[in-house]
Ligand binder design. Sequence first.
Ligand SMILES: [Zn+2]
Length: 246
Amino acid sequence: MAPASGELIGVSDLVHVVRTDLVNWALIAEDDGVVLIDAGFPGQRGEVLASLRRLGFRASDVMAILLTHAHIDHLGTAIWFAAEHGTPVYCHADEIGHAKRDYLEQASPAGLVQHLWQPRWLKWSVQILGQGALIREGIPSARVFTEDVGANLPGRPITIPTPGHTGGHCSYLVDGVLVSGDALVTGHPTSARRGPQLLHSVFNHDDAGCLRSLDALAMLETEVLVPGHGDVWRGPIRELTRQAQS
Ligand SMILES: [Zn+2]
């Protein structure tokens, strides 16, 4: 049976994921601290804090938030963590301007409106509006994730640049788990398909870049995928990326 929305799922010794109907986030937890990879919509703060509590942590215990990219469903509660707790928020160098909201690289309302005749898209649009999808605030203190930063965090996460969905999108490899953000997903409220896939092109900054990034991910050795949307998926990553291309 699929886990209930919002449930905390252990993926490896260090990595846990919260899979919600709208978006996922991961927690890397060790005795002395916890790191979030992505942070849900602004309206999901209660759920993010609940997931931290489940592992015995408070908001002030979050050592860092690593963003796969700066779309509002991934950056959302990081705005609050950074402002309220001074939590350092990191992303790829090419995503910094996006995280600061110097510019916005998000699907345009005009692009989305074309799909609203489809019940899935309409339902999803209503849901995300209730979760703060239109908030335009950024994170002025956003900083570049470097190897040195990763070396001092639980699980020593490293980045795999996976531009395409956004110009500076990256994935993280930690404790044998690939946290792929929106470079490779296994479902989305707007998609009837379940399993490895790319998001609908209306959401992607550069479709060709998305395909090139899949090729990059295919070279990894991991067999555990924690995507930004959809279920945790297991299997050789080369096979999962092949499925996403078909
Ligand atoms: Zn996204």
